[in-house]
Design a protein. Sequence first.
Length: 242
Amino acid sequence: MTDRVVLIVGGAGGIGCATAKVMAARGARIILADIDAARLNSVVASLASAGALVRGYEVDVRKRPEVAALIDTVVEEFGRLDVMINAAGVMYMRPLTELNTDEWDHSIDLNLKGTLWSIAAALPVLLAQRSGHIVTLGSIHGLKVMAGGAVHSASKFAVRAFSEGLRAELAHHGVRVTTVMPGAVATGMETKTTGTERERLRDIYANAIPPAAVANAIAYAVEQPAAVSVNEVVIRPTVQQI
C-alpha cells in the first residue's frame, strides 16, 4: 500500500473516512472527495495530524464536470491514480406507494449515476497506466429486494451489474474491479429513512458492524497481488439474517 495514490469518493462518510484511516496507516497517499465540506475538512485535518499525506476536494459526484476536474487534479499532482473507491451513497427505505419521487431521484443520481461518472472520469487514466483498482460500495440490497427497498435495490443491483461488466472488460488491461456489499454498518445512513420502514431498520441496525470492518475488507482486496482479483465481498453482522 505504500505510496499508492488512493482516491476515495464520499471520503467524509463513515466507510470512506474509515477506509482513508486504514490505508493512510499503511502508507497510502490519500485524496478525499465529498459534497460535505465541513466534514471533509475535519477528516482531512485528522488524517494530516496523524502524519498522512492527504488532500481534500469538495465535489458533487452527480455533476460530471466536477468529477472530471477532480481526476485531472489528482493526476496533475500525483502523476497517477492507483485506487479509486466509490463510497458516496444514500439509502432511503420507503414503500413505493408513498410516491416520494424526490428520494427516487436522489437514490439513482447518487448511488448509480455518481458511480458511473466517477468511473468514466478515471477510466482513461487507468487504461493508459494499464494498472489500477476500482472499488465500489454496493449493498446487500443489491442481492435481495425487500419491501420498502425497491428503489434502493434498483440502484444497487445496477451498480453490481455495471461493476461485473466492467470487471470482464478490464480483465486484460491490468485493472481490477471489486464490489463490496455491506449489510448494516454503523454510519448513521439508516437515519435518513423517515417513512414507515424506520422502526424495522432500527432493529436491524441495533447490531451494525463498525465502518472499520468494511474498511479492512476493502484494504484486503486492494492489497492482493496484481494477479489476484477479489471481485465481490459481502460483509454484514453475524446476526443479520438478510
